[in-house]
Write a protein that binds this ligand. Structure first.
Ligand code: NAP
Ligand code: GLV
Length: 310
């Protein structure tokens, strides 16, 4: 089996992935570039946000396996071959996301950002303390990531509601779906955590209309994609205190430019896209399961519905 490994890695990261994948599937031949000599041999591509156009000209390609959970950049490549695309679904990654959501929710609920500012100003002031069951947390997206976050937050006693596209039921988590349900849900939300995929429908969802619909003083946690957020609208919502604090892990331009107002904004916490990094050891094994399924003509896992965008 000949497999192309392609992505926006630096050399050390690429070599580490190749070693891990080679270890997990020693019988495969791994290629780091497609050439006229190997193009016809390659049947699968393992990718991490590859450059647009880099998967063209592979006549026998039968699977594109992403090392990332979100496939928005991949699907935006107009030259992407029309073959199945699988995304990374890894319990280790969902667990990491749940840790980040837990930390951000606790920090907002228990006013730890306000206390950090008070410490900086040497100010001793005890702020009102609310119980977890008085805090409404809204999860935008109840997929692999959203569900893992919900389980951890429910265990702490938060009042939780999930919002998704198709509705359905999830044990212990009330669900709402569709745009009509979003606005009343936002009006009673103390904390909103975004875990949506970036699609044509969800792009720039976090805009002025969204912020105006929130319960005044709500906290925002964006762990999904920078393209969900209209940054200027958030800055306005923070200035008016409609949003009290934003925890942002993802940005329209990454790395966040050094002159960006978010860096020094007292009501913004900036993370460098680390909410849930792909875990190389577990991810390599998950990738190899799908590659073996492809080789053995078995059903593939975690396929993306390309028409839906996630
Ligand atoms: P997933 O399993 O595909 O779940 C997506 C969820 O979003 C589903 O609940 C889906 O609804 C909902 N959804 C999609 N379009 C919607 C719409 N138009 N309106 C309302 N709900 C909609 O994805 P996941 O694995 O949880 O990952 C979610 C995103 O997290 C990824 O796409 C990626 O952008 C981001 N992420 C970030 C990091 C990081 O480190 N910051 C790491 C991993 C992932 P249904 O349930 O009805 O289908
Ligand atoms: C990270 O953001 C991912 O989508 O895996």
């Amino acid at each position: 089996m000949d497999i192309l490994l392609s992505g926006s890695f630096d050399d050390a990261e690429r070599d580490a992935w190749r070693a891990e994948l080679q270890d997990a599937l020693p019988e495969a031949r791994w290629h780091l570039t497609a050439t006229p000599e190997n193009a016809g041999l390659i049947t699968a591509a393992v990718v991490a946000n590859p450059l647009p156009g880099s998967l063209q000209g592979l006549p026998n390609l039968r699977l594109i396996q992403s090392l990332w959970a979100g496939v928005d950049r991949l699907l935006n490549d107009p030259t992407l071959p029309d073959v199945p695309v699988a995304r990374m679904v890894d319990p280790a990654m969902s667990a990491a996301m749940a840790e980040t959501a837990l930390w951000a929710t606790l920090s907002l609920h228990r006013r730890f950002y306000a206390y950090a500012q008070q410490q900086h100003a040497r100010e001793w002031q005890q702020l009102p303390q609310r119980r977890a069951d008085e805090i409404q947390v809204t999860l935008l997206g109840t997929g692999q990531m959203g569900r893992a976050c919900a389980m951890r937050l429910l265990a702490l006693g938060y009042r939780m509601t999930g919002w998704n596209l198709r509705g359905g039921t999830l044990e212990g988590l009330p669900l709402e779906h569709g745009m009509d349900a979003l606005w009343p849900l936002l009006a009673r939300s103390d904390i909103v955590i975004n875990l949506l995929p970036l699609t044509a429908q969800t792009s720039e969802l976090l805009d002025q209309r969204f912020f105006n619909a929130l319960r005044p003083g709500a906290g925002l946690v964006n762990l999904a994609r920078g393209g969900h957020l209209v940054e200027a609208d958030l800055l306005r919502a923070l200035a008016s205190a409609q949003v009290s604090h934003a925890v942002l892990d993802v940005f329209r331009n990454e790395p966040l430019p050094s002159d960006h107002p978010f860096w020094s904004h007292p009501q913004v916490t900036v993370l460098p896209h680390v909410a849930a990094a792909t875990d190389m050891r577990s991810a390599a094994r998950i990738v190899v399961q799908n590659l073996r399924a492809l080789r053995d003509a078995q059903p593939l896992s975690d396929l993306v519905e390309r028409s839906r965008g996630y």
